[in-house]
Design a protein around this ligand. Sequence first.
Ligand code: ZN
Length: 92
Amino acid sequence: MKSRSKKKDFQDERRARRTLAARSRVRSRCYFCEKKMEPDYRQDEILIRFLTKRGKIRPRTRSGLCSRHQRAIAKEIKRGRNLGLLPFRIVA
Ligand SMILES: [Zn+2]
């Protein structure tokens, strides 16, 4: 009997590993959905959590927000920046 190709084995292994990882991972929840609130430019102490060390907006893969709230937070951060509540950048 012909054994399966190496590539196929590799794909199977990868799939198995991914599903295992997905199962064990704690599902990241959106901060705003969980708290049942909307991002607001006046809450700068909350918005600052979604900035990187350099003052950039945290990407959605790092922020863990849903797409709706990621969009909303980007808008509110930009609003806050223009009002001087949040930094445009943080120079180390
Ligand atoms: Zn959300």
